[in-house]
Design a protein. Structure first.
Length: 326
C-alpha cells in the first residue's frame, strides 16, 4: 500500500448519513450466553445505533464532519439524538409518532455475538414525505462534494421504493449516492443508479443470485450489481476483506488484512462503507479506496463499540492491507 491516508477535518465535502430505521443499541457483555437459562450480565452499553449511525461515527473517527439524517420519536429517539450530539455529530431529525426501536447485542467472552433486532415503529405517509424533503435540502447544500450514504433496513409504513427515491433525488442534485441495504428495497435502489453499493455476502447473493464462495465469485456478484444499475460495487467477505469493481474496469480488486480475533464484528461493514465515502471525498484511487475500507472494517473489530474506529489504528492497519486483481 501507499503512504497512509491523512485523516483531517479540513475536507471540502459534506457527508449525510441517512437512517430510515435508527435504533438505540444495547450491548450486553457476559462471560457465557446460555439460551433458555438465566444469564448474568457484567457490562451494559446503550449507544446510538442503526447502520447509518455507525457510518457517521466512523466518519467522525476519520476526521470528517458528518450529518446524520433520520427518524426520531419518543424517549428512545431523544436518547439517540443526544448520544449523537455528545459524539459531535450534527443531526437533522424527522419527528415520528412512534418511538425509535431498541436493538439488543449479546457479546460473550468466547467472541460469540447474538443480535435481536426490533422492526421499528410504523412511519406515516406525511412523516415519509417530510423525510424526503429533508434529504433533498441536504443534497443541495453548498459544498465542493456532497456524499449521501443511505444504509439500513426499512421500517413499517415506508414504501419498498424508498431507497430508490432517495438515490434518484440525490443524483438529480449532483450529490453522490452510496447505498447499503438488502432485499427488494436494495434491488429497486440499484435500478436508480447509485454511485456505489456496498453489501455483504448474503445481501449480494439475494439480489444477484450468485453463490459467493470466494473472492472470485464475489467479483462475479459485484459485476452483476453493476449490471443491475450501480456505478461501482463492493462486496464484503468478513475476515476475507472485500471485493470491488467499477463500471468499465477490466479488473475487480480484492483488498484484505490479516484476520484477527474481533471484540465484535457489529459495525465492521458500516466502518468499511465510511472508509469508501471518505476515500471518495479525498479523490483516492479505487484501489486505495478499497484498501482504506478494509482497514476501517478491521479497525472496527478492535473498537470498544460499533463505529468507534481510531485513526491511528486505521493508519497502522492500512499499511498492511494486501491487494489482488481478479
Amino acid at each position: 500500500m501507499n503512504k497512509p491516508v491523512a485523516f483531517t477535518s479540513d475536507l471540502s465535502a459534506a457527508f449525510f448519513c441517512v437512517s430510515l430505521n435508527p435504533a438505540i443499541d444495547t450491548r450486553l457483555i457476559l462471560k457465557e450466553f446460555h439460551p433458555g437459562r438465566v444469564n448474568r450480565v457484567e457490562e451494559v452499553y446503550r449507544t446510538p445505533g442503526g447502520k447509518a449511525a455507525h457510518v457517521a461515527m466512523a466518519l467522525k473517527g476519520l476526521g470528517a464532519a458528518p450529518t446524520w439524517i433520520g427518524f426520531s420519536g419518543g424517549a428512545t429517539g431523544s436518547e439517540l439524538l443526544e448520544g449523537l450530539r455528545r459524539l459531535g455529530i450534527e443531526t437533522m431529525p424527522v419527528s415520528t409518532g412512534q418511538p425509535a426501536r431498541v436493538n439488543l447485542e449479546i457479546v460473550d467472552t468466547r467472541g460469540e455475538v447474538t443480535e435481536v433486532l426490533e422492526p421499528g415503529g410504523t412511519i406515516t405517509q406525511s412523516e415519509w414525505s417530510e423525510f424526503q424533503q429533508v434529504c433533498l435540502r441536504a443534497s443541495q447544500v453548498a459544498a465542493k462534494k456532497r456524499i449521501m450514504v443511505i444504509s439500513g433496513s426499512l421500517p413499517p409504513g415506508v414504501p419498498v421504493e424508498a431507497y430508490a427515491a432517495l438515490v434518484s433525488a440525490a443524483r438529480t442534485a449532483n450529490c453522490l449516492a452510496f447505498i447499503d441495504s438488502s432485499g427488494i428495497a436494495l434491488s429497486k435502489a440499484l435500478a436508480a443508479g447509485p454511485d456505489l453499493v456496498k453489501v455483504n455476502r448474503e445481501e449480494a447473493e439475494f439480489v444477484t443470485q450468485v453463490d459467493i464462495r470466494d473472492p472470485v465469485s464475489a467479483a462475479q456478484a459485484a459485476r452483476k450489481l453493476l449490471d443491475l444499475g450501480a456505478n461501482s460495487a463492493a462486496v464484503s467477505l468478513g475476515d476475507r476483506g472485500l471485493v470491488g469493481v467499477r463500471k468499465h474496469d477490466q479488473w475487480a480488486i480484492h483488498a484484505w488484512t490479516t484476520p484477527l480475533r474481533p471484540k465484535s464484528t457489529v459495525g465492521c461493514g458500516d466502518s468499511a462503507l465510511a472508509g469508501l465515502a471518505f476515500a471518495a471525498a479525498t479523490d483516492l484511487s479505487f484501489e486505495r479506496s478499497l484498501g482504506l475500507a478494509a482497514a476501517c472494517g478491521t479497525a472496527n473489530c478492535l473498537a470498544a463499540l460499533p463505529g468507534r474506529i481510531l485513526p491511528e489504528e486505521v493508519s497502522r492497519i492500512e499499511q498492511g492491507v494486501q491487494i489482488e486483481l481478479l
